[in-house]
Design a protein around this ligand. Structure first.
Ligand SMILES: Cc1cc2nc3c(=O)[nH]c(=O)nc-3n(C[C@H](O)[C@H](O)[C@H](O)COP(=O)(O)OP(=O)(O)OC[C@H]3O[C@@H](n4cnc5c(N)ncnc54)[C@H](O)[C@@H]3O)c2cc1C
Length: 439
């Protein structure tokens, strides 16, 4: 826990340095004529807000040094929270000015306002649109792809508009090196987007994969079996995931994230992803022909087993079985005899994905399986309903806090499982959860 807090403190300091460093740089050298407190305060908020927005490009650039220590889901949560703070700072900046200097209200008229004010408006409206579309995407019925492309374009417009506005206004950016610093910083942040969308795909294009089989599984799920083509592939740890791009090229705006469900103990670079039919892209998986070229960006994620000898408790719901299958298959292939209990919730017996394979794998490792069915068949003597505290108490040995827990499934199930572990006195450091969504 202490090392966690120390790591958190270091990252917060680094973050603040990135935000405040360029602000303090503005105070070096000669200063322009000082204005009243509120004007200066509002300008500082504007600069800080823009620096925060720029840094968002760094958070989402899929750098493993950033995502690995915290997990991708946490980074995306932080990205969302910080964006809201950054946007609030940018929006409050003109609001304060309108109050202390009402003559600035005239700048709201786009037809008569100077260009520097028009760019400020472009930046601010883009940021507001980003927040509205991110928070209410589903209510607005925006497809993920449409939302994702708009999100990127609006983010670029917001940062570019903000910098052009600042340069146009001059004041703190009259001195050339200060101007160069802020322009350079903005180009760097936006360049990170180009890195993820253009440069990284150029690497991926030289490391394609071929689909060798599309296997039908129980529970409206299909497994894509892929082999690297002309390269050795990558190594992954069981529980990790990658971005899959199937159709045209890796430049396509949205790859889709899927966990590797296969064993990590293979020598030919083979990877499998087990994909449930949940929407427009996933419904097309069954139609992918063998031989199709695909692109994989990975591995990502920190939902991985370590080397502790503790009992591993895998709590899965629905397609959340995918990372657990990878863990179980890898344990079986490596002859790893550490004890594992799989608590696996499914709708009904017919939709239990990997049901037969789990039974085949069982003798090869120290595995206990507890199926929990929402809608059990007649004569079912196993667990029914949802995964609950009493259910876990029935199957887990004491002390509960000594085991390692892995949770993956629908959001509602994961929240419930985390609450149950809390009730059982399991500290947060003892469990990992992977949501099958970035929402
Ligand atoms: C880290 C991670 C691992 C996952 N592993 C698996 C897995 O092993 N098996 C599995 O079946 N599903 C997995 N998912 C969920 C899977 O990525 C989505 O179900 C899939 O992308 C839905 O796409 P769609 O176009 O078919 O559905 P849509 O109806 O278009 O989208 C359904 C929801 O999926 C999410 N989504 C859609 N497209 C993307 C995208 N390009 N990137 C991120 N999220 C998207 C959005 O929240 C969207 O609301 C995982 C998700 C994450 C974040």
């Amino acid at each position: 826990m202490r090392s966690y807090c120390a790591r958190l403190a270091v990252w917060i300091v680094i973050y603040l340095l990135f935000i405040l460093g360029p602000l303090f740089a503005l105070m070096l050298g000669s200063w322009p004529k000082p204005r009243d407190f509120w004007t200066e305060f509002s300008v500082a908020l504007g600069y800080a807000g823009l620096a925060m927005m720029g840094l968002q490009f760094g958070l989402t650039a899929r750098f493993r040094c950033i995502t690995k220590p915290w997990g991708d889901d946490l980074i995306y949560h932080v990205h969302r929270r910080l964006s809201i703070i950054g946007v609030a700072l940018v929006v409050v900046h003109p609001l304060i000015l309108f109050v202390v200097q009402p003559q600035f209200l005239a700048l709201l008229n786009t037809f008569t306002a100077p260009w520097r004010a028009r760019f400020a408006a472009l930046s601010t409206y883009s940021l507001i649109a980003i927040v509205v579309m991110a928070v209410w995407r589903k209510k607005l019925k925006l497809s993920y792809e449409t939302w994702h492309i708009s999100h990127m374009l609006l983010a670029v417009a917001a940062v570019a508009g903000g910098v052009i506005h600042m340069i146009g206004w001059g004041y703190y950016l009259v001195i050339p090196w200060k101007r160069a610093l802020w322009i350079g910083m903005s180009v760097f942040w936006v360049g990170l987007l180009a890195y993820v969308r253009v440069i990284k795909p150029l690497f991926l294009i030289r490391r394609p994969y071929r689909v060798v089989e599309v296997r039908e599984e129980r529970g409206d799920t299909h497994t894509l079996v892929m082999l690297p083509e002309g390269h050795p592939g990558f190594r992954f740890a069981p529980g990790q995931w990658g971005w899959l791009t199937v159709w045209e090229s890796p430049f396509k705006a949205s790859g889709h994230p899927f966990v590797f469900s296969s064993s990590a103990a293979v020598s030919d670079g083979r990877v499998e992803m087990s994909i449930r039919n949940l929407g427009d892209f996933t419904s097309t998986i069954r139609t992918i022909p063998a031989g199709k070229r695909v692109y994989l960006d990975g591995p990502y994620g920190s939902f991985t087993v370590g080397d502790t000898p503790a009992l591993h408790v895998l709590i899965a719901g629905g397609v959340g079985i995918s990372p657990m299958m990878s863990i179980i298959r890898t344990f079986a292939d490596r002859g790893d005899q550490r004890p594992v209990i799989l608590v696996y919730g499914s709708r009904d017996w017919e939709s239990v994905t990997f049901r037969e394979e789990l039974e085949i794998l069982k003798p090869r490792l120290n595995l206990t399986i507890v199926h929990v069915l929402e809608d059990p068949p007649d004569g079912w003597t196993g667990e029914k309903g949802c995964i609950a505290t009493v259910l876990l108490k029935r199957h887990l040995p004491l002390p509960y806090a000594d085991h390692e827990y892995f949770i993956c499934g629908p959001d509602i199930m994961m929240d419930a499982a985390e609450n149950i572990l809390d009730e059982l006195g399991v500290p947060i450091s003892r469990y990992r959860s992977e949501p099958p969504s970035f929402d």
